[in-house]
Design a protein around this ligand. Structure first.
Ligand SMILES: [Zn+2]
Length: 156
């Protein structure tokens, strides 16, 4: 399966951010209801992740017309991430997606960013990426390193 779009239900915002860090286009809409979630999944040919048992009683999910994976509620976000990647047989991708919106990150030359990012980050790092969707700029700072560390310790 080539890099599927993943739709997270209203309870799984934290998981969506971690899936983006693992390189996947995970979407999360706060307060979305099951019916809209299913419609979106059909439109985008996406996989639904949900901790809502009721969703899985719907025929459209039961008969496999819309793909969905139940996420146990008693897991930490890291455990949820490991669970999803394993169940869906997805590798951790080398390039993360935007943690804020799930958009694709595009590497941009450092000199184009002078004055646009904190001077400390500019001085400390050489590689920078901008989200093609929301415009947020990322660099391989401590947050990124923390994410890589977590992802590399996941036994998957
Ligand atoms: Zn973004």
């Amino acid at each position: 399966m080539a890099n599927p779009v993943i739709l997270c239900d209203a309870m799984l915002g934290g998981l969506a951010r971690w899936l983006r860090a693992a390189g996947y286009e995970a979407q999360f809409i706060y307060g979305i209801d099951d019916r809209t979630l299913i419609q979106q999944a059909q439109k985008k040919d996406a996989i639904i992740l949900s901790s809502d048992g009721k969703l899985f009683e719907r025929n459209i999910i039961k008969d496999g017309s819309v793909r969905a994976l139940f996420i146990p509620r008693d897991m930490t976000k890291h455990e949820q991430l490991a669970f999803v990647l394993k169940k869906l047989n997805l590798p951790v991708l080398p390039i993360p997606r935007c943690m804020a919106c799930g958009g694709e990150l595009i590497e941009i030359p450092k000199d184009q960013l002078k004055g646009l990012i904190p001077p400390k980050a500019y001085a400390a790092f050489d590689r920078f990426w901008r989200c093609g969707r929301c415009g947020k700029v990322f660099w391989q700072g401590t947050h990124w390193q923390k994410i890589s560390k977590v992802l590399s310790t996941l036994q998957i």
